[in-house]
Each structure stands twice: as C-alpha cells, then as structure tokens.
Design a protein around this ligand. Structure first.
Ligand code: FDA
Length: 305
C-alpha cells in the first residue's frame, strides 16, 4: 500500500522536482494550483474574491540553494504584493523561509535581508505576509525571525503546527507579540521525538490550540479541511461569544470548494491558499501524502462537498 511516508519521501527528491518542472505544471494547473505565474493567477483570484472568498497566494519554490535564486524568489514576492495592490485583489501572500535563503546563510543575514525587503513593500501596500512553517528543524529559526520582524512590522504572520509537542508553549511565548497565527495540523514527516505520532493526539492538540488562540483575543486562522475542527471552532466561538470577525477558516485551493462557499454563506471569513508557479512537485506530493483521494477527486472535479 502507498503510504503517507512514501509520498513525503518523494516530496524531498530534488531530482524528481527538477524532472517535474521540466515536464510542466499543466497536470495541476487550475485544479489545485493557480497559473504558471502570478499574472495567469489573477483571473482565478478575482473569481474567488467575487464569490466572497479571500486568498493567500504562494509562489511555489523548493530546494533553493543559491543566493541568486533566493533573491529571485524575493523579487517575485515583492511583485506579487505590488500586483495585489495594483489589481485591488483581496489577497495575502504566503512564503517559505527556505525559498528566501534560510538554509544558505547560517547567520541568517540573507533571509533577514530578503524578508525585510518584502515586509517593507507589504507595509507600504498593507498586504499581510504569512511565513509558512516547514519541518521541525527549521521551526526555532523561523519563530526567532518572526519575533524579530513582528517587533518592527504589522503585516507579518506565521503558522503553528499542532503535531509538534513544542507548539503549545510556542503559542504562549509568542502571545506578547500580538500574533496573527495560522493554525494547522502539520504536513511534514517528523520523528516521535518531536511530534505526536498518533493522529488522535494531533487532533486533540489542534483543538487545544484553537481554543487557546481564540480566547487570547488575537485574530486567528484555522486552516483545515476537517469538519470536526471546523465545528469545534464554531462551538467555541459561540460559547465564548467570539465574533466571526475575530477569526477565519482557510483551505487549499481545489479542496472542498463547496464547503468553502457554504462557510461564506454562513457569514464566516474563508481564505483560499492558492499556490502558483512551475515548481509544483513538492506541494503536490505533500497533498498526496495527506489524502491521495484529494488529487484523484481534484482531477475529476468531484472533491467531497
Ligand atoms: P486531515 O488530513 O487531518 O483530515 C481529517 C479529515 O478531514 C479527513 O478524514 C476528511 O474527512 C476531511 N478532509 C481532509 N481533507 C479533505 C478534502 N480535501 N476533502 C474532503 N475532506 C477532507 N502545513 C504545514 O506544515 N505548514 C504550513 O504552513 C501549512 N499551511 C497550510 C495552509 C492551509 C490554508 C491549509 C489548509 C493547510 C496548510 N498546511 C500546512 C497543511 C496542514 O498541516 C495539513 O497537513 C492539511 O491541512 C491536512 O490536514 P486537515 O486538518 O486538513 O485534515
């Protein structure tokens, strides 16, 4: 049987990544990713916005191993922010620290410089930039950088993963930074030394984090396709009289599209994570790992409603 671990193993192959890029992204374009570039994604963003959905775009890019490429990725994020403002799109930007050079310069000066250029532009145009969370070995560095940026910039947020043992403490420690967090279960392969191996425990921890963060009063994104977590969020909000303007749901583009629209109809904020670009392979494999049916259904355009 093809397992989650197998797809996560494949997602780390830079050779397959390169082959996939040469092969082309048409396999996933318009189904689970936007266009091959930002311009090609604009009509999709506009359509989502017209349906009452907000968006966060992510320029796909993994295995960045040179300063030049990290700089190119930075320029791409800046261009996306400028185009969001110019086209008056209702969209945030999501990015990964590795794509800006996290692994290249161990002093972190490269990633710090690149991120500073992006955040200067984001402040100017009032576009939120969310730092996606990658695997656990990069978590501490990412949170340290987030703290640094947050002291200077308003339009920056990050992600916390419920599968990590450390996350509850991170959430508490970051509370003074008035953070806007996206809460997720976690998408990478982690060892039992750092992450709950049992899905039941991940779900319990996810609920705990949702409750804590909502009660802290900070605006919160609950990023999940899981009805149980969505219902739990609604219950907590109702029980503690937390307004619908204090949180949002987030889902990936192409997944549970009908549910997304139903949440909008119920008056909830609903944001769609829209990846774009030709470096689609790693993203695609992580989605396969989560739920192989996702991809099969996405292709047939019949994802569970
Ligand atoms: P999970 O996979 O736990 O499934 C629970 C149940 O939900 C399933 O049994 C099924 O009933 C239902 N379900 C799930 N997917 C479905 C689908 N497509 N269609 C129908 N039903 C479905 N991770 C990370 O490590 N770092 C990050 O920065 C991010 N960022 C991010 C942004 C956004 C917007 C989302 C939605 C997710 C992420 N993730 C992430 C990924 C996240 O960590 C997680 O791997 C996936 O969301 C899968 O977990 P779920 O909570 O969605 O459901």
């Amino acid at each position: 049987m093809i397992t989650r671990d197998f797809f996560l193993f494949l997602s780390k192959s830079s050779i397959l990544n390169r082959l996939a890029r040469n092969w082309g992204s048409s396999v996933a374009t318009g189904k689970i990713i936007g266009g091959k570039d930002f311009e090609a994604s604009i009509p999709i963003i506009k359509e989502l916005n017209e349906q009452g959905l907000t968006v966060t775009v992510d320029h796909l890019g993994e295995f960045v191993d040179s300063r030049e490429v990290a700089r190119e990725r930075t320029q791409e994020c800046i261009r996306a922010i400028q185009l969001i403002a110019q086209e008056q799109l209702n969209s945030h930007v999501s990015l990964k620290m590795t794509s800006l050079g996290l692994d290249i310069d161990l002093d972190l000066d490269l990633v710090r410089d690149n991120m500073t250029s992006i955040l200067e532009c984001a402040e100017q145009h009032k576009v939120m930039v969310t730092i996606d969370m990658e695997d656990e070995v990069r978590c501490q560095k990412t949170l340290d950088l987030f703290k640094e940026f947050r002291q200077k910039y308003e339009y920056v947020s990050t992600v916390l993963q419920a599968y990590l043992y450390r996350t509850e403490q991170d959430l508490e420690e970051l509370n003074p930074y008035n953070p806007f967090f996206r809460l997720v279960k976690g998408a990478y392969k982690e060892s039992p030394q750092v992450a709950f191996p049992d899905k039941k425990d991940v779900d319990e921890n996810y609920k705990k984090l949702i409750k804590k963060q909502l009660l802290s009063g900070h605006y919160t994104a609950i990023a999940t396709h899981d009805d149980k977590m969505i219902d739990y969020t609604k219950e907590i909000a109702k029980e503690h009289q937390i307004g619908k303007d204090r949180f949002e749901f987030q889902m990936l583009y192409g997944m549970r599209s009908k549910t997304q629209l139903e949440l909008v109809k119920e008056g909830y904020n609903m944001r769609v994570y829209l990846p774009y670009g030709d470096d689609w392979y790693g993203y695609f494999m992580r989605r396969l790992a989560e739920r192989p049916a996702n991809i099969a259904f996405a292709f047939k355009g019949m994802t569970k409603k």
